[in-house]
Every structure is written in structure tokens, then in C-alpha cells.
Design a protein around this ligand. Sequence first.
Ligand code: DQA
Length: 139
Amino acid sequence: MKILILNGPNLNLVGSRQTDIYGSENFDTFLQKIKKRYPEIDFDYHQSNIEGELIDHLHATRGKYDGVVLNAGAYTHTSVAIADAVAAIDVPVVEVHISNVYRREDFRQISFIAPVARGTISGFGLQSYLLAIESFSME
Ligand code: DQA
């Protein structure tokens, strides 16, 4: 099984950014743990602060991946273009958020990704990514 973990803007700063909300674990450290935990899964990981690059990464998954774990960061709440890319590809996408966006500001409660995603996992810290991976590995 091949899974792409795709992180959007500012998620490169997880571990040092607003640690009360996003925790103090660095994403690269967490990624190493994930790889150890699921040795049978082939993971790729990309992070970009640029909307078009995230779209290019989504397009590139076609025919190559079994699933995408997508945290589009703030683009979740603004990007029709990323939602269109998710809808355009034949690969299932699970939307994840580290924080519980439904307990935060009103603008974070709108997701353009949710209607085109297979499902959404929000509010479990970095464990949200693990739960998304589990959803694919149980298939
Ligand atoms: C986030 C939630 C978004 O609202 C925010 O803009 C982020 C991170 C999360 O993982 O909780 O950058 O996607």
C-alpha cells in the first residue's frame, strides 16, 4: 500500500508553532514513528506553503497511490482549487486536522475539502494522521 501524506501551509512549523494548539512534537520526528509503526506501508511525504504545489502533488497521485492524508492547513477554509483537485483525482483523500477546528473560530468551521474527501479527522493532535492511515489500512 502506498500513501501520500500532504501538508499545507505553516505545517512545517509544527512543534514550534502555537504549541498550545498544535503540540510540541516536530512533524519529521512523528513521521519517523509512523514509518516504524507501519513498515508494510510505503509512505511519501510533502509539505508546501504554496497552493499550486499542493495541487500538483495531488494530481501526481493518480494511478500511483492508494490514499492521501491531506492537511491543507488554512487552505482548507479558502481553496476551491484544492477541493477541485481532490475531486478530480481517483485516489481517496482523508482530510485531517491536528486541532479540533470545530472548537475554534467560525471561519475554521468551513471546509472546502470535506465535501470531496472520503472523511475528516479533526482534533486528535498528530494522532489525527494515524487515525487517517488506519482508515486506509483497514480496507
Ligand atoms: C489545521 C487547522 C487550520 O485551521 C489551520 O489553518 C492550520 C492547521 C490543523 O491541523 O489543525 O494551519 O489544519
